[in-house]
Design a binder for this molecule. Structure first.
Ligand code: 13P
Ligand code: SF4
Length: 346
């Protein structure tokens, strides 16, 4: 009887170039071991458009597989080992509410350009595409927010208020030109919670979503390290709150964090504020040369839903299970939104 690892190796060698397995940096080492391509959200989205494989298996959360299904060719099939692996932050922006919010904000004739973080559903990306907006990732948020600000009178940035604020700080958008929408807009009726008068002199309107995993990093954790280990470096993902980002020595996408660890001198101690699977991988990679520790223990349960067993089952059922699909009505405008990003950041 073969174990899951042997089943995966056998199917990979039987299928050769017809199969490609992609994995986000937050996957466990066990899963990453079987992936052909690893990357952050931007790198993985870019790779999709150049892949020839007939079957693409995406080890990550659902919005990533959906983005792949939007960008792939019609004859390619996208699979995810667990369709319930969602992103709680992406779930904080529902397409109908985003559309209604845009309608309310545009009532007085102002052109509001929506810019959605890639951590959002295909349906949200479709609304954004219809309203001439685009998508960003943590790696290109600055470029894309700058682009969006030049397309209209104001930008609706969603769903991550922290990434939006951190990027606004980089671009020097004054605080009094920003508005964070009330939290009630996440679950409630925008007609009751969005006040167009409060937004009419703003350049940046922020959806009040956040990543529960990165929200756990607080100023207390950075202060404790500064006091006890003043030589240590602290780097964080920009989904952390602006106060944590300001207190750090650097912030950026998962690829930025990996490069920071790689380029640091031997002997450096680095605390990293992001999902723990990635931090532990870096700690093991540089063991004995650099000390790499999590700023706090923080795991993304949904990323963790992808296991070697589920990957083996997915590979065995490629021709029988339902691939990830997006209806044409959503796919077309969502693709426009994603392609605008890929064109601006080519
Ligand atoms: P990156 O695009 O930086 O890999 O981040 C994706 C993500 O989900 C972070 O929580
Ligand atoms: Fe979503 Fe946060 Fe998990 Fe990233 S770490 S997938 S933003 S919940």
């Amino acid at each position: 009887m073969e174990n899951p690892a042997q089943r995966i190796e056998r199917i990979k060698s039987e299928m050769g170039d017809r199969l490609s397995i992609l994995g986000h940096h937050y996957q466990t080492d066990d899963v990453i071991h079987f992936t052909d391509i690893q990357g952050d959200s931007l790198e993985l989205a870019r790779k999709i458009t150049n892949l020839d494989a007939e079957h693409i298996v995406f080890c990550g959360v659902f919005f990533m597989a959906e983005s792949a299904a939007i960008l792939c060719r019609d004859d390619q099939k996208i699979h995810i080992p667990d369709v319930t692996a969602s992103c709680p932050m992406a779930d904080m922006a529902e397409a109908g509410r985003v559309r209604k919010t845009l309608e309310i904000l545009q009532k007085d004739g102002r052109k509001i350009v929506p810019l959605t973080y890639v951590n959002s559903s295909a349906a949200v990306k479709a609304v954004v595409g219809e309203y001439d907006g685009s998508v960003c990732t943590s790696a290109n948020a600055r470029t894309m927010l700058d682009w969006a600000l030049n397309q209209g009178d104001a930008v609706l940035f969603l769903p991550d208020m922290h990434l939006g604020c951190n990027t606004a700080n980089l671009l020097g958008i004054p605080e009094d030109k920003r508005l964070v929408l009330p939290k009630d807009v996440i679950d409630g009726d925008p007609a009751l919670h969005v006040d167009p008068a409060a937004a009419d002199d703003k350049r940046l309107i922020l959806w009040p979503g956040y990543c529960p995993i990165h929200e756990e990093f607080t100023l207390d954790s950075t202060r404790a390290i500064r006091e006890t280990e003043p030589e240590a470096k602290i780097v964080v993902h920009p989904e952390c709150s602006p106060s944590v980002v300001e207190a750090s020595d650097g912030n950026g996408s998962t690829t930025f964090l990996i490069k920071y660890a790689e380029e640091a001198d031997d002997g450096t101690t680095i605390y990293i504020g992001t999902e723990e699977n990635l931090v532990n991988r870096l700690a093991a990679r540089y063991e004995g040369r650099k000390v790499i520790r999590p700023l706090l223990s923080s795991q993304c349960e949904d990323m963790g839903k992808i296991t070697v067993e589920k990957l083996a089952d997915t590979l065995e059922n490629l021709n029988y299970s339902n691939p990830v699909t997006v209806s044409n009505a959503i796919r077309e405008p969502a693709r426009r939104a994603l392609e605008r990003m890929l064109a601006v950041c080519s």
